[in-house]
Design a protein around this ligand. Sequence first.
Ligand code: GAR
Length: 211
Amino acid sequence: MSTLSTPRLKIAVLGSGSGSNCQSIIDAIRDGQLHAEIVCIISDVEDAFILERARQHDLPAQYVSAAPFKTKLDADAEQAYIKIMQDAGAEVIVLAGFMRIIKKGLLQAFDGRILNIHPSLLPSFPGLHAWKQALNYGVKVTGCTVHFVDEGTDTGPIIIQRSVPVLDDDTAESLHARIQVQEHLAYTEALRYMVDKCLHKEGRRVTVCTP
Ligand code: GAR
């Protein structure tokens, strides 16, 4: 268990949207549930609500354009993102609804220290709108996954999964909302593992260990 004298884990958050996962991390830190600090928040979407949340909590945040590509960062943007996060002293990158694929440069700069949350029980339904994919497929259980990021799309080693039932009267919106409740718990839990315990990776298997 971390104490007041141990340094806080320095987290950078990347997001493209509402930032509710980022909010759950902000809240966990504020409530003393997570011994960490958010050292920077970057969005590739100028009017993303995640930036507004950052302002409301006086956290350093900025919009950094990732044009011209839609699904990845171009080389200049990648370097800009790396520099901002390194200058801020980030130890871990948390992807919180960041809708771009992470490429080699960023992976190498933060080797094994990038986490993502995905709204399905991977390896089912990688990619976009995973909750809609689950609903359309007709599965009865879906959920969310926190995983390390590798070169693939939603393919990295899994840290935590939480399940969510699919109800007969679910819409895409109601299902996503129920998944998000579990996402907020899962992300803070995964980060607590990194702060208070340690994560051991062997091949694809990740286990929680005692430091
Ligand atoms: C979350 O549901 C997250 O799992 C999803 O985007 C949403 C962002 O919500 N991410 C992906 O689909 C990535 N493949 P938030 O902005 O409120 O945290």
